[in-house]
Design a protein around this ligand. Structure first.
Ligand code: DHB
Ligand code: FE
Length: 282
């Protein structure tokens, strides 16, 4: 069985990639954000997950408007990062776990989630920035995990509902629990919290809504499934729909989790950055 040890949420703002490249960790603007990560890195170094399932939303590198899967799962032995035009240095390829990917895909489809399987998938900042924040040495770290990328559509409406995202996570949990090998898995949910990058509300942030989400996702994620997509766009901003990734992650953790660490900082670039470490019940 694949043992799900916990879940981590992280912002994936491209500017973070540049701040890492320029080592701005102690700058007054960046310090309150980067200070949210050492406790999570310490937990990861203690727990040593074999695999990180990275639930992120592609922003146009892996998929574009011509073909937009609602849910896509990587099934490759490695995943390439490419230039998206943000000026972030490209990272070396990430090692996949194709056997686990195909097992998940089989399980999801049997569970009536019709996903897109990707034997080739370029991973963008939504995937790479959190990996760098959590394992700064990347593949030089002996504990650097293999990855399974899972992307959900937040670009082209209609996007999934919060309930569908949460149910996806539950099905992912069932698929992992039937995996024949004994491995430890951590689930990442990247993006968010509130932000809107374009239109008349560009720069929009909603602290009250973010704090409600940070609280409810721990002990009462079901309550969040009642939020409609229109309400989510209204309350979290057009790009705040990335909260769907958090709900997918949370669904995979099972009912009871313990919140071991939390950080919330506004703004980083145009976004409210929320960081959570949730541990699964033993
Ligand atoms: C920003 C946030 C995002 O989620 C993203 O994908 C790109 C940019 C930002 O705040 O700059
Ligand atoms: Fe984003």
């Amino acid at each position: 069985m694949a043992k799900i040890i916990g879940g981590i949420t992280s912002s994936h703002i491209p500017a973070i990639g540049n701040a890492i490249a320029n080592r701005l960790f102690e700058e007054p603007y960046w310090k309150p954000f980067f200070d949210g990560y050492p406790p999570i890195r310490a937990w990861l170094q203690k727990e040593k997950p074999d695999v990180a399932i990275n639930i992120y939303n592609d922003h146009g590198l892996g998929f574009f408007l011509d073909k937009m899967p609602t849910f896509a799962i990587g099934a490759a032995t490695q995943y390439q990062n490419e230039d998206e035009g943000w000026g972030i240095p490209q990272l070396p390829p990430f090692l996949g776990d194709a056997k686990l990917s195909w097992h998940i895909i089989e399980g999801m489809v049997a569970d009536e989630f019709d996903i897109t399987s990707c034997q080739e998938l370029a991973v963008d900042h939504g995937f790479t920035v959190p990996m760098q924040l959590l394992w700064p040495e990347l593949s030089k770290d002996p504990n650097f995990p293999r990855t399974v990328p899972i992307s959900a559509n937040t670009v082209q409406h209609p996007i999934p509902t919060l309930k569908r995202a949460y149910d996806f996570g539950k099905a992912l949990r069932r698929a992992l629990q039937s995996y024949p090998e004994n491995i430890k898995v951590v689930i990442l949910g990247t993006g968010g919290l509130s932000h809107q990058l374009d239109g008349t509300r560009a720069g929009f942030i909603n602290k009250n809504f973010d704090l409600m989400c940070l609280e409810k996702i721990v002990d009462d994620p079901e309550a969040l499934t009642k939020i409609s997509r229109h309400e989510l766009v209204r309350e979290a901003g057009a790009q705040g729909t990335e909260f769907l990734m958090w709900m997918m992650m949370r669904g995979a953790l099972g009912e009871k989790v313990t919140s071991l660490h939390r950080n919330y900082h506004i703004p980083i670039s145009n976004t409210a950055a929320g960081t959570l470490l949730l541990e699964c019940a033993a």
